[in-house]
Structure formats: C-alpha cells, structure tokens
Write a protein that binds this ligand. Structure first.
Ligand SMILES: [Zn+2]
Length: 119
C-alpha cells in the first residue's frame, strides 16, 4: 500500500479497513485528525458532531477513536493546546483520552478498551 493511500483509510474493525476512494467521496479531503476533535463515532462508519461546528471549520476526529494499528502513525501538528505531538496506534490506551472520548470511540476500539479494563 502506498503511504499516500493510508490517508484515505478508516479502521472499521480490528482487522478491517474501509478505503475511501478520493474519486468517490471528496469529503475525505475535509476531514482531519485533531487532538481536540469536534466529531466522534456512533458506529464504525458514522461520524457525528460532538459540538457546534462553525461554518468553514475543518471536521476533525481523533484518530485514536478508530485506529489501533501501528502503521497509522504520524507526527501531529494539529496545533491544539493538548496536541500529543505524535499519533500512534496505541493512543486508545491513554486514560485521559478514554475518559474524554467515552461514548465516542468506534465500536472496535471501545471493545479493545473494555477488554483492556477487564483484564
Ligand atoms: Zn495534535
């Protein structure tokens, strides 16, 4: 897989990825990662606003909400005060994120968190 193609991936299950084709849906160009996102997940493929989003503002979600794979790692320059500096496939393990995004994680990540707490 070419590195540029990874930007169009959405992890929808522990081993499942949805590839959003740029020609299909240009919306992918308007959705980004942020460490202070304005959207979260209600299903693996449903992104919902967590707060009012002013017109023109980028739609963002924290990739920790859906990504649990090490190949989706990058230096984050989202510029928010809580920026982690690096997004990794292990970020769902961070307790502060688990609290902040409770109810907004994609189902497969939510299941990982629950399994992690039960063990
Ligand atoms: Zn950031």
């Amino acid at each position: 897989m070419a590195p540029e193609d990874r930007h169009q991936l959405l992890q929808v299950g522990l081993d499942d990825f949805l590839y959003v084709d740029r020609d299909d849906l240009c919306v992918v160009d308007f959705i980004n990662h942020s460490c202070e996102p304005n959207c979260g997940f209600t299903t693996a493929t449903t992104l919902v606003a967590m707060q009012e989003i002013p017109a023109g503002e980028t739609i963002t979600f924290d990739y920790a909400m859906s990504d649990a794979n090490s190949f989706i790692e990058f230096s984050c320059r989202c510029g928010t005060s809580t920026c982690r500096g690096r997004m990794t496939g292990e970020d769902w393990r961070i307790p502060q994120l688990q609290r902040r995004y409770a109810g907004w994680f994609a189902p497969h990540v939510d299941a990982l968190i629950r399994a992690h707490h039960d063990s």
